[in-house]
Design a protein around this ligand. Structure first.
Ligand code: GAP
Length: 450
């Protein structure tokens, strides 16, 4: 990573902590590598991204069904899916200093400059020529179900949501009677024991996935793959991401998972490089066939039109919520030069995603009638928009604080409010102010959020 990119990331990480977006996991105990906690403001942004995704891909469509399957699943699920045999990354150890690396990242120079000695790469930590050969490391977290810690009770924390949707495929068919093409969507926590987590929340050991399995007739796969690529591009546009920073990387033959006929990684230009943000894969009928074989349950679909039974094929668009959060945060973070050498940090988030939509300020905090009126306005707005209250410091400082967390509008209650029941509404991006009647406020914001 260049020095500039490193500075940019350090700035984002410290900003995210200072303004309540993201805290290091288990911080008071010295932390836990690869874990982060979302703070009060970050939780709102994360929830807003997740609900926008759900609204767009589930509620606004008539071919999608939601699911919330258990994190703990029968271990046979992971045997059938191939995760027990193959969900691994190549790992290399330094026998001298005991450092551990992901082999592909080591070769790319992610841990520092690649240096060779005697025809072999040396350890980037201690510089010794004492690295082991690469060997597979399974990334699933193992645990035991019930009180007996024995092999028979061994289970895994799910590393993806997808398998829940395959395992419940028949239940969804039998209860909802969908016609092809249709999808099952799910968001939720997944766990991966990454060898070397890093780049803030980009590569973590516990994260949220939003994904769906879109079941299709195989003859339609190419057309539907393109349709989903377009839908994904529109979603990323909705997050406010600059299309010039997005690149669709078609994974070449030989580098894809063996069951995939086509995989496209959608990459985003993070400060630390062009990296996978989300992806779409054509998984054929591999998963349902495997689950049919291992469970011995019929997972076929009956097509009324052709009176035939077959295993549908699957397209899988998958979105890491934490990576979407990071890209949205990085893109929105803006340092602006103002007049007279003044500067401000403003988070230019799409307004619908902003953690707070409105902030309410009493112009002065020591006048009871102004504070009481401001409390009234705050109580009126709060059930409709997530609303912040701030009565500390001068109005300029309060604007800056709300700019930093991306609040689109600040409402100030002043002496005129007591006279004519109007307030000042100040816009985050233009910084322009206008007077709006208190009775019109709800409609005013609803219109702007449409
Ligand atoms: N069901 C398919 C699947 O899980 P994946 O490419 O392994 O595919 C999907 O992961 C998405 O999850 C990625 O596109 C990325 O956004 C996110 N992701 C993967 N590993 C991650 C990690 N360690 N930390 C944060 N996000 C991760």
């Amino acid at each position: 990573m260049s020095k500039e990119a490193q500075n940019q990331m350090e700035k984002i990480v410290s900003f995210a902590k200072r303004r309540g977006f993201i805290f290091p996991g288990s911080e008071i105990y010295g932390g836990l590598a690869g874990t982060w906690d979302y703070g009060p403001v970050g939780t709102e942004l994360k929830n807003n991204i997740r609900s926008a995704w759900w609204k767009r891909f589930v509620h606004n469509r008539s071919d999608m069904y939601g699911l919330d399957s258990a994190i703990l699943m029968n271990a046979k699920v992971w045997e059938a899916s191939g995760h027990i045999a193959g969900f691994s990354d190549p790992m290399v150890d330094c026998k001298s200093c005991k450092s551990r690396f992901r082999a592909d990242h080591l070769a790319e120079g992610k841990y520092g400059e690649v240096k060779m000695a005697g025809g072999k790469q040396v350890c980037p930590v201690c510089g010794k020529n004492d690295l082991t050969e690469a060997r597979p490391f399974n990334m699933m977290f193992r645990t035991w179900i019930g009180p007996m810690e024995e092999t028979a009770n061994e289970i895994y924390l799910r590393p993806e949501n997808a398998q829940g949707m395959f395992v419940d495929f028949k239940n969804v068919l039998d209860t909802m009677h969908p016609k092809l093409p249709f999808g099952i969507a799910q968001t939720g926590r997944v766990f991966r024991n990454e060898i070397t987590p890093g780049d803030f929340i980009f590569r973590v050991r516990e994260f949220d996935l939003m994904e769906f399995e879109y079941f299709i007739d195989p003859k339609d796969w190419e057309e539907l793959f393109e349709m989903w690529l377009k839908e994904i591009a529109e979603w990323l546009n909705f997050l406010g991401l600059d299309a010039k920073k997005i690149y669709n990387h078609d994974i070449p033959d030989g580098e894809r998972a063996h069951y995939s006929r086509r995989t496209t990684d959608i990459e985003y230009e993070f400060p630390f490089g062009m990296k996978e943000l989300c992806a779409i894969a054509y998984r054929t009928d591999y998963d349902l066939l495997k689950h049919q074989e291992y469970s011995k349950k019929d997972l076929t679909y009956f097509d009324e039109a052709t009176k035939s039974r077959f295993i549908p094929h699957v397209l899988e668009p998958t979105f890491g919520l934490d990576r979407a959060f990071l890209a949205t945060l990085v893109e929105a973070y803006t340092e602006e030069e103002l007049e007279k050498g003044d500067t401000r940090v403003v988070l230019k988030l799409p307004r619908t995603l902003a953690p707070y939509k409105v902030a309410v300020f009493p112009l002065v905090s020591n006048k009871e009638n102004i504070t009481a009126k401001a409390r009234e306005v705050y109580a009126m707005l709060k059930p409709h928009f997530h609303t912040a209250w701030d009565d500390i410091g001068n109005i300029g400082k309060r604007y800056r604080r709300q700019d930093e967390i991306g609040t689109p509008w600040c409402v100030t209650i002043d002496y005129d409010t007591l006279e004519n029941n109007t307030v000042t509404v100040r816009d985050r991006d233009s910084m322009k102010q206008e007077r709006v009647a208190v009775d019109e406020l709800q409609k005013y914001f609803e219109e702007k959020l449409k």
